[in-house]
Design a protein around this ligand. Structure first.
Ligand SMILES: C[S@@+](CC[C@H](N)C(=O)[O-])C[C@H]1O[C@@H](n2cnc3c(N)ncnc32)[C@H](O)[C@@H]1O
Length: 281
């Protein structure tokens, strides 16, 4: 496992993912009943944007660096800006970017349960340290495999909640693992809300993933994609997608507005695009 999210924290893909993560959580938190938040590939929780890793590629400058001070209209974008700023002020630094565990934690209530899984030993130690500072009660941190966690923690006793599956895409069969992971999880807990992250790169690597999901028998699958340069540009990450199973009501409508408003800020050269589409409705 060589992947370190510190090189990429706060980049375009993180902004896209975390805007949607917050929108999904906000919807689930409307009811006064506890939920489970399961983050199968949690990362280290917070990232120093002045670290050697972050400075090597400065990816955050094209992501959160472009987004934080823009005057947006979309409530989802304003909410995201507000939460990131609040966490930065809590962490006493504008050079810190919060990862998914911290972003989720900042909106979850005491009664909600957090399960964070991070397989990389050093990252997991950092995650424990980060979450300790949050005085967290209703929290499990697991240093095992994120896909195994789908079997271990689902279905949850709360019967409501969401699962974020955000793997590093180091393994050549990650798309297959992702699709099989969703199938396993959905068999155990068909009514959960699932958010699966995937990269958009040249070569149509994502096409067999769409095809397998279409044939899987799973329903209510929504694609929320954003790219900042033409999708067939060779080398590198051109954009990212989140596949949402059982999306909250009208998430497609709200995210179409939000992502279209976000696009010109993240792709000022006008080479990007947004796709909000039901893969299976
Ligand atoms: C893309 S990063 C996660 C970013 C995080 N979800 C966020 O949004 O802030 C993927 C993480 O998965 C971890 N990882 C790699 N293989 C894993 C596995 N099999 N199970 C759990 N975590 C794994 C990596 O160490 C890395 O920290």
């Amino acid at each position: 496992m060589n992947y370190r999210h510190a090189f990429h924290a706060g980049n375009v893909a993180d902004v896209h993912k975390h805007v949607i993560l917050l929108a999904v959580l906000d919807y689930l938190l409307q009811k006064p009943k506890p939920i489970l938040y399961l983050d199968t590939h949690a990362g280290r929780g917070e990232y120093d944007l002045r670290s050697a890793e972050a400075e090597r590629s400065n990816e955050w400058q094209y992501g959160i660096g472009r987004v934080l001070n823009v005057q947006f209209n979309s409530p989802a974008l304003r909410r995201y800006q507000h939460i990131v700023r609040e966490l930065q002020s809590q962490l006493r630094s504008t050079h810190v970017y919060p990862g998914s565990p911290l972003i989720a934690h900042s909106v979850l209530r005491d009664m909600d349960r957090r399960v964070l899984v991070e397989a990389h030993a050093e990252e997991c130690v950092a995650l424990r340290k980060c979450m300790r500072q949050q005085h967290e009660l209703n929290l499990t941190i697991n240093d095992g495999d994120g896909y195994h966690a789908l079997r271990a923690y689902l279905p949850p006793k709360e019967k409501r909640g969401m699962v974020l599956i955000d793997p590093p895409f180091e393994a050549s069969d990650e798309f297959i693992q992702l699709q099989q992971g969703l199938k396993t999880a959905a068999e155990r807990w068909p009514t959960g809300v699932y958010c699966l992250w995937y990269p958009l790169k040249a070569g149509g690597l994502v096409n067999p993933f769409y095809a397998a999901l279409k044939q899987s028998g799973l329903t209510k699958l929504l694609l929320l994609e954003l790219w900042v340069r033409p999708i067939d540009t060779p080398l590198g990450l051109n954009g990212s997608g989140l596949l949402i199973m059982n999306p909250p009501w009208q998430l497609d409508v709200h995210m179409r507005t939000a992502l279209n408003e976000l696009l010109p800020t993240l792709a000022p050269e006008g080479q990007g695009g947004v796709r909000v589409q039901w893969l299976v409705s």
